[in-house]
Design a protein around this ligand. Structure first.
Ligand code: G4P
Length: 539
């Protein structure tokens, strides 16, 4: 044990998540500036797909190109190797985001102080809570008139089902925003709007009664701050990093990403408290990052849309040991040996040949079709990492072949696209009907386009009025079999052959639950007791 300890301890692998427009791209860019990975603001292209461009394929393709380049942004900061895993902002790509979250050790959640907790924030946090991922919250856009900070904290606790603890506190906001007080370091950070300036104007104070506070922010705001801090220290428990690491408590920071304000204190605290790679749960056993033998899993696959370059890139997160170039590894699902001559690391728009990688690192593997999402590579052991579940799609369409001479191509294309995770494929009998499930409309355009251009297959989609796909379980196998038989018209199988119940509405799910009280319904493919759907609560 321990030969990689120092490499592991210097790594922080995380994702920045937010509802679109809260400031994820801006914050990412500021982090990269601090890390010296880019020199100027504006160097990181937004991976946002413009709202108007729902069926503009050039736009999608362009965006996909950008998102490969920015899939992982690595840089060194104060001796720490920081790996930021990018997540698509567009809600139609939420599945991609959920999978990427399986490959990180912590997240920073960005909230817009004007809008508060938005819909996508809640969903992303549900996924983090399922895995007990440690979360730091950054409340952004303090240069705008937003909600009252105390109200924001209440809203966070209520809607995100997590305890919060402010580690900084804003002094006014909007037009009269003065800066933030850092409770962690008892320092005052004064706001001066600047898009390029890198260092904050930070001043340490002996105590809050220091008259320098009144001088700098004015008596009114100074006394307001003193009152607020009193209140906070009275109401909130002191910050405990172990509670944060267990995913139960989220420290909160305030700032303004566009103005580069509060970013350095966020980054400095982040590298101090965020976890380095530790353990990962596999079906077989718990895997320690410090084990000498290499293991890792594929969490994302990126296909080249150019039909002349059909290669794909599989993104592998290293979980233990050391990955080395040109070394044979065991592909667990296919039970075969593979080695990689050109593994790639991604450093903010730069691709580099990678010789070795440690736990927490992400390796890009050129792939001609060997991988599907969730695949494991090891030095020989049979391991299957947990935590890469599928979630119930929201939109369902049956795929109809439009060219009978191309049914083989269609079959292959649909299979491969689902292995890449573009959408979920469910098969229904009789007749091998293919049902595509997605979280957004955009995927159907992508599938149609890619089937035509990469597989020369033509298809149509038939609308299906379905509410959710529920994975089902029951302690009594006979009862499960009976349910599957009785509900045949609403049963399909997922990519791994598991049965799902296709519920037409919340009401029909409720009815099925009442008629078959022993059957448990789950909205995720990897379920534990606590993922059982409360059929009376679904809307
Ligand atoms: P996202 O990746 O989470 O979707 O958000 P992004 O960083 O692209 O930011 C969304 C918008 O919010 C951008 O404005 C950005 O400039 C702005 N923004 C980010 N941080 C702050 C902040 O601290 N204060 C204020 N007032 N605005 C902020 P945009 O007009 O949509 O784009 P752009 O034309 O400025 O690029």
């Amino acid at each position: 044990m321990g030969m990689n300890t120092s490499e592991i301890q210097k790594r922080r692998t995380f994702a920045i998540i937010s509802h679109p427009d809260a400031g994820k791209t801006t914050l990412t860019e500021k982090f990269l500036l601090f890390g010296g990975a880019i020199q100027t603001a504006g160097a990181v292209k937004s991976n946002k797909i413009k709202k108007s461009a729902t069926s503009d394929f050039m736009e999608i393709e362009k965006q996909r190109g950008i998102s490969v380049a920015t899939s992982v942004m690595g840089f060194e900061y104060k001796g720490i190797k920081v790996n930021i895993l990018d997540t698509p902002g567009h809600k139609d790509f939420a599945e991609d985001t959920y999978r990427t979250l399986s490959a990180v050790d912590s997240v920073i959640l960005v909230i817009d102080c004007v809008k508060g907790v938005e819909e996508q924030t809640e969903r992303l946090m549900e996924v983090c809570r399922m895995r007990n991922t440690p979360v730091i919250i950054f409340i952004n856009k303090l240069d705008r008139e937003g909600k009252d900070p105390f109200d924001l904290l209440d809203e966070l606790e209520e809607k995100l089902n997590i305890h919060v603890r402010p580690l900084s506190w804003p002094i006014s906001q909007g037009q009269t925003f003065k800066g933030v007080y850092n409770l962690f370091q008892s320092s005052l950070n004064l706001f001066s709007p600047s898009k390029s300036q890198r260092a904050d104007d930070i001043m340490r104070m002996e105590s809050l009664s220091d008259p320098i506070l009144d001088q700098k922010v004015g008596e009114k705001f100074a006394s307001e701050l003193r009152e607020n801090i009193d209140l906070i220290e009275g109401v909130y428990e002191p910050f405990e990093s172990s509670t944060y690491l267990d995913g139960l408590l989220a420290p909160v920071f305030f700032g303004s990403a566009i103005n580069n304000f509060g970013i350095q204190e966020l980054l400095d605290t982040f590298i101090q408290i965020a976890p380095s790679p530790t353990t990962r749960e596999a079906v077989e056993r718990t895997v320690q990052a410090e084990e000498p033998r290499f293991s890792g899993f594929v969490f994302k696959i990126h296909a080249n849309l150019d039909p002349n370059h059909r290669d794909r890139i599989a993104f592998l997160r290293v979980c233990s040991g050391k990955f080395e170039r040109n070394t044979f590894y065991h592909h667990v699902r296919q039970n075969k040996k593979l080695r990689f001559a050109n593994p790639t690391s991604f450093m903010a728009n730069e691709k580099n040949l990678l010789e070795e990688a440690y736990p927490g690192d992400v390796v890009g593997l050129y792939d001609s079709g060997n991988f599907k999402i969730g695949d494991t590579l090891t030095e020989g052991e049979s391991l299957h990492f947990k935590g890469i579940p599928s979630f119930s799609p929201e939109i369902f369409r049956e795929i109809i072949n439009k060219d009978p001479f191309k049914s083989k191509q269609l079959e292959k294309g649909v299979q491969q696209l689902s292995e890449e995770g573009v959408a979920q494929l469910f098969i229904q009998q009789p007749g091998n009907r293919k049902i595509i499930g997605t979280v957004g409309e955009l995927q159907f355009d992508v599938i149609k386009f890619r089937l035509e251009h990469e597989y020369t297959a033509k298809c149509d989609f038939m609308f299906m009025n379905l509410f959710k796909a529920c994975w089902i379980s029951c302690d009594d196998k006979k009862k499960l079999a009976e349910f599957i038989l009785r509900k045949g018209n609403n049963i399909a199988t997922d990519k791994d052959g598991n049965h799902v119940f296709l519920a037409e509405s919340a009401w029909s799910l409720k009815m099925a639950g009442e008629a078959f009280p022993d059957i448990k319904f789950h909205f995720t493919s990897e379920y534990r007791e606590d993922t059982v759907v409360d059929i009376y609560a679904v809307r």
